[in-house]
Structures are given as C-alpha cells and as structure tokens.
Design a protein around this ligand. Structure first.
Ligand SMILES: Cc1cc2nc3c(=O)[nH]c(=O)nc-3n(C[C@H](O)[C@H](O)[C@H](O)COP(=O)(O)O)c2cc1C
Length: 202
C-alpha cells in the first residue's frame, strides 16, 4: 500500500535552513522507497497572510452563497484542507524562532484547524474529525529545549494536531545548532540517523 506523505517546510532561511536540511534528508530517503509518495509544501514561499475576519467569515457562508471575493478567500483554506486530507503522514520541518513556531506555519495551522471541517465542538469539548493520520516533527533549534518546560513548541504542535484527530506525533530534534560547530555537527548527525530510523519504520 502506498503511504502518502505531506512534507511541510517553514524556514525563513531558505536553502541554508537547517530544518530544510532535515526535510531534504527525509525526502531523499523516502524517494528510495516505491511505497512512499511525498508532496511538499513550503509555507514561507506560499506567503500566507495572517488569518483575518473576512477570510474567517468566508468559511461561515455556505459554498453556494459566497460572493466572488469570499470564494477566493475560502479557496486558500479549502486547498490546504484537501491536501491535508489526501495524505497519511504529515511531516513538519519546524525551526524554533523566538521560542515558538514560525508565524507562517501558524498561518497554515490557522487554516486547517477549521470547525466543521477538521474538528467539531461538542458538549464534551472539541472532537477531531481526521482519522488514520500520524505526524512527524523535524525540529531545528539554536539552543537546547527538548524535554524541558521551555520547549513550548512541542505541546503547541501536539495539541493543534490532537484537536483535529492526529494523535500520534514522533519527533526528531537537531538542537544546540548555535552552540558551536562540534555541538552542531553532533546534533545533525544524530538527527539524520533518527530520521533514517523513522523512515525505515514507515
Ligand atoms: C529570528 C530567529 C529567532 C530564533 N529564535 C530562537 C529561539 O528562540 N531559540 C532557539 O533555540 N533558537 C532560535 N533561533 C535559532 C534557530 O532555531 C536555528 O537557527 C535553527 O537552525 C532554525 O531553523 P532553520 O535553520 O530551519 O531556519 C532563532 C533564529 C532566528 C533566525
């Protein structure tokens, strides 16, 4: 059976981004497998704007009642949702910027965490509507945070994915990238090896 993977990159540093390097390593390994198909999306190149009231409002109008402007606004989120639904594994290559995720990646999440589409509100709280998907986080960080309270990225991403029904998240971190060449090399070597293990297990 074919495993369909959506590989999302979000570095503002383009080709020199370390998280892009992790994503490329993942992609190179996946390409050697004929049972894996990878679709890529670069949310920085997409230049998604912040979610605003007009776009949010467009989702709340029935598709056949939207104005031409609302059709155009809703199409952004609709296209991203279709892409998400069409894949089994979501791989997020995530730099840490100012203790959080890149704002472009947040703009992507803001368009796929959509009430009535990927989750619904119930008396017992929100319920995720996506089934059978898992996620992988490839994190690049200048400092070292994994396993500490300062790693606010992991719970944020875990709960955003959990909200829409994606409960399994495996993480690979390349940390300490700004803590000297030796630390950087060691972290990248370890992360590459961890990615190899993950791809083998797919
Ligand atoms: C604007 C900016 C903010 C950053 N903030 C943090 C931070 O809060 N904590 C950290 O450990 N590293 C921080 N860094 C370092 C990045 O995490 C590191 O460069 C990492 O490689 C970024 O991923 P990328 O190379 O894929 O863009 C920051 C880098 C930039 C450019």
């Amino acid at each position: 059976m074919m495993t369909r993977i959506l590989l999302i990159t979000s570095s503002i540093l383009g080709d020199s981004g370390q998280s892009i390097g992790l994503a490329r390593h993942f992609q190179r390994l996946a390409k050697r497998r004929d049972d894996i198909a990878v679709t890529t999306r670069d949310v920085v190149a997409d230049d998604l704007p912040h979610l605003g009231i007009d776009e949010l409002g467009s989702w709340q109008v029935a598709a056949d009642e939207r104005t031409p402007a609302q059709v155009e606004l809703a199409a952004r989120s609709d296209a991203l949702l279709e892409e998400l639904r069409g894949n089994d594994v979501i791989v997020l290559a995530v730099p840490m910027y100012n203790l959080g995720i890149p704002s472009q990646l947040k703009a992507w999440f803001d368009r796929i965490l959509r009430a009535g589409e990927t989750f619904r509100y119930t008396e017992k709280g929100p319920v995720g509507l996506l089934e059978g998907k898992r996620a992988i986080l490839l994190g690049a960080r200048g400092g070292k945070y994994a396993g500490t309270a300062m790693d606010t990225q992991t719970p944020h991403i875990t709960h955003m994915l959990g909200l829409i029904g994606i409960k399994q998240l495996d993480s690979v971190f390349a940390e300490g990238l700004n803590m000297g060449e030796d630390a950087k090399e060691a972290a990248l070597t370890q992360a590459h090896s961890d990615i190899e293990d993950l791809v083998k297990a797919l």
